[in-house]
Design a protein around this ligand. Structure first.
Ligand code: BG6
Length: 490
């Protein structure tokens, strides 16, 4: 194990109990994240991982899967064979299908052996199960003031259902014990947004409607819906991506500086942004949003099926692409459009924030064609980097010719270390009790309110999907390419 000095902060001993413990998310993200932190020597105190699954007598299959996913998350299995072995001995499986008191007896017996450990309950099931699980945990005396609960999205499918789920969870846990995960907030490049904005005077001075023309936030995915058809078809791109990830990115770009980096200070500022988002109505939803669905197409030389074929439901009206022109109605951002775009089966995977600055007020080079504006491009993934596009003189005698050239900071070149996965950071924050990167209930409500102004208006005007071929940039094609102009629908 690597005992890195700066990472050996002592945690209390803990049990992490993962409901939905043999699900895709647990296997792909949660256990590998815990394994990496273990491997880096961060867990000096004892810990246990309990996977709660719906299946009886499932141990052998589970162990095989666990080993596979952990092995896939590291570069050399041979090198870490003994660590994998030790880690796997810390993972215990308990079956509970109906989440009743009888089933939780085994869990209770297990946890009672470790009375001085903090218990972290990680709900990685559909959110419809959250209420029942919390209730039984409370009934069986498994919740105490040191317990925490981690909630995976989506928290409901509307403001109302989200509030209901929250009311049920609040019967067992108070707000200080609840960690609502949005994994985008755990990404290194997303955290760097706060550092970029609040440690560099240069940017902060120009960060307002006087100087910024528009902001573009794009999360393009080349993947389709994979094995998540059932879930995705009830959500669509608006609920799956915009309501959480894209809005959180928008908050980090638009928020005022908190007076200190503490959970409630940061979350208060994000809430102000969410509250200032202009709500949509029947008119603006038509002019300022686009929804689309992918058809068959060619993705990097490979024929891929349509969304309807992928989900095997040919009448679905669910959107797999959405583009929104949003406004934050406050002093700093008056009339600055925030273009939010996300889609599945796009030409390639990339997430990026582009800050388009205004051009200079007066051009002193009258012989030159129109000059370009400065752009700050924050590439979140992949090829993480920051670029500042600026006008530069083209060398040559006599006269002035210029063109836009980028100053580039490549994360990979500047930081040689491995980038921890978002879940590593977030799980450690839960163990430490730091809620800064987790959504508070009032933030969630404000995000729902705005999102519902779109989904409800879509219903009222019967807005239909524009079809786009898989492997392209979506409806209107150019709107995913970071262009400054909004494409009007024809
Ligand atoms: C999830 C969505 O929250 O984020 C998925 O449910 C999406 O549909 C994923 O694919 C994208 O995450 P990342 O980290 O791959 O950009």
């Amino acid at each position: 194990m690597n005992k890195k000095k700066n990472q050996t902060e002592k945690f209390e001993p803990f049990n992490i109990i993962v409901f939905g413990g043999d699900g895709d998310l647990a296997l792909r993200k949660i256990y590998p994240a815990l394994f990496h932190r273990f491997m880096d020597g961060q867990f000096i105190n004892p810990f246990n991982i309990v996977a709660i699954t719906r299946h009886e007598n499932h141990d052998e299959i589970f162990q095989l899967k666990l080993k596979k996913f952990i092995s896939e998350s590291i570069t050399s299995v041979e090198k870490h064979a003994s660590e994998i072995e030790t880690f796997m001995q810390k993972v215990f499986l308990i079956a509970a299908k109906n989440h009743n008191a009888l089933e939780y007896k085994k869990l209770s017996e297990f946890l009672n052996q470790y009375k001085n450990y903090q218990n972290i309950y990680y709900f990685s099931t559909p959110s419809s199960a959250f209420g029942g699980i919390s209730r039984t945990l409370k009934e069986t005396n498994l919740v105490n003031p040191h317990s925490k609960v981690v909630l995976e999205k989506p928290l409901g499918h509307s403001l109302e259902s989200s509030n209901e789920i929250n009311d049920q969870i609040s019967q067992a846990f108070n707000e200080k014990q609840i960690y609502r995960i949005d994994h985008y907030l755990g990404k290194e490049t997303v955290q760097n947004l706060m550092v970029l904005r609040f440690t560099n005077n240069l940017f902060e001075k120009a960060w307002n409607c006087e100087n910024i023309e528009n902001v573009q936030i794009t999360v393009a995915e080349s993947l389709g819906v994979g094995s998540r058809a059932g879930y995705y078809d009830n959500s669509g791109a608006l609920l799956d991506m915009v309501q959480n990830h894209l809005l959180q990115l928008l908050c980090l770009v638009a928020m005022e500086p908190p007076n200190i980096l503490e959970a409630d200070q940061v979350r208060n500022e994000k809430l102000k942004v969410l509250d200032a988002l202009r709500l949509f109505n029947k008119k603006s939803v038509v002019t300022d949003t686009i929804k689309g669905q992918y058809t068959r197409g060619n993705l990097n030389g490979e024929e891929v099926s349509s969304y309807l074929e992928d989900i095997e439901k040919y009448s679905s009206k669910t959107e797999t692409f959405v583009a929104i022109k949003a406004f934050v109605d406050n002093w700093r951002w008056k009339n600055v459009p925030f273009y939010l775009r996300t889609g599945k089966r796009m030409k390639k995977r990339y997430s990026e924030i582009v800050i388009n600055f205004k051009t200079v007020k007066h051009n002193i080079f009258p012989s030159q064609e129109q000059m370009s504006n400065n752009k700050l491009i924050i590439r979140l993934q992949p090829e993480e980097r920051i670029e500042l596009v600026q006008m530069t003189k083209i060398p040559g005698p006599g006269g002035y010719r210029y063109k836009p050239i980028s100053l580039k900071l490549d994360y990979i070149d500047s930081f040689k270390e491995r980038f921890p996965d978002a879940y590593e950071r977030l799980i450690i924050d839960v163990i430490r009790g730091n809620q800064t990167l987790f959504m508070r209930q009032d933030e969630l409500q404000a995000a729902w309110k705005w999102t519902e102004s779109i989904s409800n208006s879509w219903k009222l005007v019967n807005q239909t999907n524009i079809l786009y071929e898989a492997g392209t940039w979506g409806p209107g094609d150019s709107i995913m390419q970071g262009e400054d102009t909004w494409v009007t629908k024809s």
